[in-house]
Design a protein around this ligand. Structure first.
Ligand code: FAD
Length: 279
C-alpha cells in the first residue's frame, strides 16, 4: 500500500491501479504514459520480469482501449547487465506493443548509457517505424549531435532538461545554461522533425517557447508532464486543446521515486510536511 502522501505522485503498486489512473486521465482529455518503477537491476531475472510486466501492460492498454503507452528505463530491463540483455528485453516489449498498436518510450538515464540507449532504440525504430520514442537530455553537451543523428530515424523524441547529476566535462552545470540549451534544441526539433516533438517539461517558459515554435514551423507537438506536478495546468492545457500526456509511475518501488520528487522542489517538500503534521 502506498501512503496517501505519496499517492499524489505514484498511481498505486499494481498495474490495475495504474490503468484506473489512465482511465481518469483519459476522462480529463489527457493521454497517459505508464512507467513501472524499477532501475539498476544487476540480475537477468528481475529485468526479464519487468519486461514481462510491460508486455502485460501494453496488452491491457489495448484491451481496455485506453489512450496510453509505456515508458521503460534501460537499467530496469538490463542495460547494467549488458547491452544484449537490454536489447532483447526492449525488442520483446516493442514487438508485442507493435502488435497491439501501443507506443513505447525509452527513458534516458545517466550519460554512460546514452550511446547504448540510442543504438537499441534506433534498431527498434528501424524494425518498427513510428512505434518507439526516446528521451533526450538538454543538459548533455553531446545532445545536438544526437538529435542530428535522430533526424532520419523513424523514432519520436521527448526533450527533457535532464535529471541526473553529470560531470561538468559532459554536461552544463547551471540552470540558465540548461534552459538555453533546451530552447535551442526545441528550435532544432521544431525545424527538423516535422513528424512531431514531445516537450517533457513543467516549465511555463519552455511550453510558451514550444507554442511559439509551433506557430512558426507548424510542427505538431505534445506536452508530457509527471503525475502530481502542475496537475491543474495539465488539465487546463488539455481543455485548451493541447495534446497532453501524463507520465504515470506505479509499482512497489515507489519510495525512492517519491523521495526524488520531494527533494527537487520546496513546494513538494512542504506538501509532504503538511501531510505528515496534518496542517
Ligand atoms: P524545472 O527546471 O524543474 O522547473 C522550471 C519551472 O517549471 C519552475 O520554475 C516552475 O515555474 C515550473 N515547475 C516545475 N516543477 C513545478 C512544480 N512541481 N510545481 C509548480 N511549478 C513547477 N529526465 C531524464 O533525465 N530522463 C528521462 O527519461 C526523463 N523523462 C521525463 C519524462 C517526463 C514526462 C518529464 C516531465 C520529465 C522527465 N525527466 C527525465 C525529468 C526532466 O529531465 C527534469 O528533471 C524535470 O522535468 C524538471 O525539469 P522541468 O523542465 O520540468 O522544469
Amino acid at each position: 500500500m502506498i501512503p496517501p502522501i505519496a499517492s499524489r505522485f505514484v498511481a498505486g503498486t499494481t498495474a490495475s491501479g495504474a490503468l484506473d489512473h489512465v482511465t481518469d486521465c483519459n476522462a480529463d482529455g489527457m493521454g497517459a504514459i505508464v512507467n513501472l518503477l524499477g532501475e539498476h537491476y544487476h540480475d537477468p531475472e528481475p529485468a526479464a520480469a519487468d519486461a514481462d510486466t510491460y508486455c502485460h501492460l501494453v496488452s491491457e492498454l489495448a484491451a481496455r482501449n485506453l489512450d496510453g503507452c509505456v515508458s521503460v528505463k534501460p537499467s530496469q530491463i538490463g542495460i547494467d547487465i549488458g547491452p544484449d540483455v537490454f536489447e532483447s528485453n526492449f525488442e520483446r516489449i516493442v514487438e508485442i506493443a507493435a502488435d497491439e498498436d501501443v507506443f513505447v518510450w525509452c527513458d534516458m538515464e545517466d550519460y554512460t548509457t546514452t550511446d547504448t540507449t540510442l543504438d537499441v532504440v534506433e534498431a527498434a525504430a528501424q524494425d518498427h517505424p513510428h512505434g518507439v520514442g526516446i528521451a533526450i537530455q538538454a543538459n548533455l553537451k553531446r545532445t545536438r549531435e544526437d538529435l542530428q543523428r535522430l533526424v532520419d530515424v523513424p523514432a519520436a523524441v521527448r526533450l527533457v532538461k535532464g535529471a541526473y547529476d553529470e560531470p561538468p566535462s559532459v554536461a552544463y552545470e547551471t540552470k540558465a545554461e540548461v534552459n538555453e540549451a533546451y530552447e535551442d534544441h526545441l528550435e532544432f526539433l521544431f525545424r527538423e522533425f516535422d513528424r512531431g516533438v514531445a516537450v517533457g517539461s513543467h516549465d511555463p517558459a519552455m511550453l510558451e517557447h514550444a507554442t511559439d515554435l509551433h506557430e512558426e514551423y507548424g510542427t505538431p507537438f505534445e506536452i508530457q508532464m509527471l503525475m502530481g506536478v502542475r496537475e491543474d495546468a495539465q488539465r487546463e492545457l488539455a481543455r485548451k486543446g493541447y495534446e497532453v500526456n501524463q507520465y504515470i509511475p506505479y509499482g512497489d518501488k515507489w519510495l525512492q521515486y517519491f523521495y526524488r520528487r520531494v527533494r527537487e522542489r520546496k513546494e513538494n517538500a512542504l506538501f509532504a510536511l503538511r501531510a505528515v503534521v496534518g496542517v
